[in-house]
Design a protein around this ligand. Sequence first.
Ligand SMILES: Nc1ncnc2c1ncn2[C@@H]1O[C@H](COP(=O)(O)OP(=O)(O)O)[C@@H](O)[C@H]1O
Ligand SMILES: [Mg+2]
Length: 432
Amino acid sequence: MDLAVWLLGALALVLGVRWALEHARARRVLQSLRQGAPVALPARVGGNWGEAAQRIAKLLRERDERLRESQARLEEFLVALENSPNGVVLLDENGRIEWCNQTAASHFGFDAARDRLQYIGNLVRDPVFAAYMASWNYTRDVVLATPVAGSAPRKLSVQAHPYAGSRRLILSRDVTAMEQAEAMRRDFVANVSHEIRTPLTVLAGFVETLQTLPLDADERSRYLAMMSQQAQRMQTLVNDLLTLSKLEGSPPPGMGDWLPVGTLLAQSEQEARSLSGVLSPGRPHEFLFHPVPAIDVSGSLSELQSAMSNLLSNAVRYTPGGGRIEVRWQPLDGGRAEFSVKDSGPGIAAEHIARLTERFYRVDRSRSRETGGTGLGLAIVKHVVQRHGAELKIDSAPGSGSTFAIVLPASRVRPAVSPGMSERPATESQPG
Ligand SMILES: Nc1ncnc2c1ncn2[C@@H]1O[C@H](COP(=O)(O)OP(=O)(O)O)[C@@H](O)[C@H]1O
Ligand SMILES: [Mg+2]
């Protein structure tokens, strides 16, 4: 009996000690958990509580590791978005800016840091944008015109994409240049159609006249001559258009072909003289072709000839009969060379000069049409000049004539290899 009591007592004591020990361990573990840091978990606590503590510490370490990894991934994503050429804005459920990249900030005029958590509707006031955002229909983009201080407004293409319920991602793209190119293309097509329609209408009228009216031989041949003139006009237009498109679509001319400037000039001179005869038969122009220097130039023969012919034919077209036209090739300092055409015509007002090389830009529309101009001549010259690394200089004022000059860079000029070929005496002709 005594033994049984003693045994029970001993058992109770052992259990009590064990319980106290476990309790103390539990307290230590709980205490360090309350302190929060998994590293603070006692490593040397034994028993179940010790094992539990170690497992918890391991789980917490793994969780922290994963957290650090996803934080790093998030940073990488944001860096990628920051470097995107498009503007990116992330909105929360209420339409407030959670994040935006620098491009979006410059597109919309945000301050990336200060405007965080601002309602985008308060910052982008454009009613088109407000209506778009409110519609929640984002299958298409909207184009906004955003003002830019001191220049034309910028065109932004903006598209929203909902994600994660009612959050939204906004992408913005600067489409100013694209819209401009598109507008230029539309203008060009409209201009070409107009230029073709005019002679076509006249031709159709003549055809109808010939079909309906009984005409004598003289009248018939007069009508046919006028028809042929209109057909010629269309032909010239198509040729100029083809020349332009060839210039735009082909690689720039190499440096290989060297030509004496006298050879280059011969054809344009002949064309100019005969054009003068056609345009003012009674009173031809007074030409002065200066002697050509002994230099060769390199480039495309046909392109350079076409540029020179255009400048010369313009001088003939816009200078009234009897006027003076002076043509010169001359070496300049630094090894460059200049081709210039100076006329005693009406001259050009300053506001037109910068626009002369635009396609179909004409100062004197009716004079251009009457004399067979297409409005493309100086656009062709500009292309040729650019392709040869040269420069087009226009010096003109109303009442004091015009000088058009092409300056070739030194790399395209050299002393003539066969001077005999390019040396030529001055030729002068007086009005008859
Ligand atoms: N030498 C010049 N004197 C006066 N005006 C000129 C001269 N050259 C060009 N222009 C003006 O520039 C316009 C554009 O010239 P261009 O591109 O050659 O087209 P066009 O076919 O009309 O001659 C002409 O319509 C004309 O009004
Ligand atoms: Mg012309």
